[in-house]
Design a protein around this ligand. Structure first.
Ligand code: SF4
Ligand code: SF4
Ligand code: SF4
Length: 264
């Protein structure tokens, strides 16, 4: 597992190709080879027994199975066996065998937006729903991530996703809506919270604000590192962030030695 801090890449990333390249992962010395008494493997066993579990204090939230066109399975369904039928039944698919592990710091709306932006870019444009439907879906997801979502958007998003699945000629268009449909199915409350003006994972920039708490000791590190000068340099005094200038880059939170920067 590799820890990544890129906004566009979920926190934990574990890529496993189910099949011939699955064996080398099992044979790595770092983790003992687990015994699967059930005779099959589940996403939870892959994440926890083979991969070593979620890093730090984070909680296992979901797995995106099958690559960009796969589906997001919540941790409560991570006991599902990894095979073609079982994964398809819960909205995911085997695909190329990629498994993306998500924790509670990942925003499911942003994840759906990210994967759809990839598949939308791959559309050859022959079918109307794949060409236009994925574009409209992407616009709605961007709108929701930008804090401009409205309640009717979710119904429209769902309808577009289902129609794109039905009316597309090839596998790309038929599977591109999977991340949208599964996140809507299993994480609908996150979409609704975005529409109400909050990003629960605190990932969507338009929906978060940075604040300095009373724990600040005035070390000035944040003021020195802020790329846009949103924090005035005030040695030994509590610092403040000018929200009208802040571009929510997260630098101040990362450099603060007192954990005095909070995201709301
Ligand atoms: S479904 Fe396939 S054929 Fe149709 S536009 Fe999309 S990529 Fe092209
Ligand atoms: S880095 Fe933290 S402690 Fe130092 S001035 Fe900024 S908020 Fe205060
Ligand atoms: S989040 Fe970035 S831009 Fe905003 S105050 Fe902190 S360092 Fe400056």
């Amino acid at each position: 597992m590799i820890k990544l801090n890129n906004k566009f890449i979920p926190t934990l990333f574990l890529l496993i190709i189910i099949g011939t390249t699955f064996s080398p992962l099992l044979s790595q010395n770092r983790f003992p080879k687990p015994e699967f008494e059930s005779g099959y493997v589940t996403p939870r066993e892959i994440v926890e027994d083979i991969g070593g579990g979620i890093a730090g204090i984070r909680k296992f939230k979901a797995v995106q199975v099958g690559g960009p066109s796969g589906g997001c399975i919540p941790s409560k369904l991570a006991h599902t066996r990894v095979d073609y039928e079982a994964l398809t039944n819960i909205g995911a698919m085997m695909g190329f065998g990629g498994l993306l592990v998500l924790d509670d710091s990942d925003c499911m709306v942003d994840i759906a937006r990210y994967f759809l932006s990839f598949t939308q870019d791959q559309s050859c444009g022959k079918c109307t729903f794949c060409r236009v439907g994925t574009r409209r879906m992407l616009e709605i997801l961007e709108k929701i991530c930008n804090g401009k979502g409205q309640h009717g958007d979710l119904t429209l998003l769902e309808e577009l996703a289902n129609r794109t699945k039905q009316a597309s000629l090839c596998g790309l268009g038929k599977t591109a809506p999977n991340p949208v449909l599964t996140t809507l199915k299993y994480f609908r409350h996150e979409y609704e919270t975005h529409i109400e003006g909050r990003c629960p994972a605190k990932k969507c920039k338009a929906l978060i604000t940075y604040k300095i708490t009373k724990e600040c000791i005035g070390c000035t590190k944040c003021a020195q590192q802020c790329p846009v000068g949103a924090i005035q340099f005030r040695p030994y005094q509590k610092h403040e962030i000018d929200a009208t200038i802040c571009i929510r880059c997260d630098t101040c939170r990362l450099v603060c030695p007192e954990n005095a920067v909070e995201v709301k």
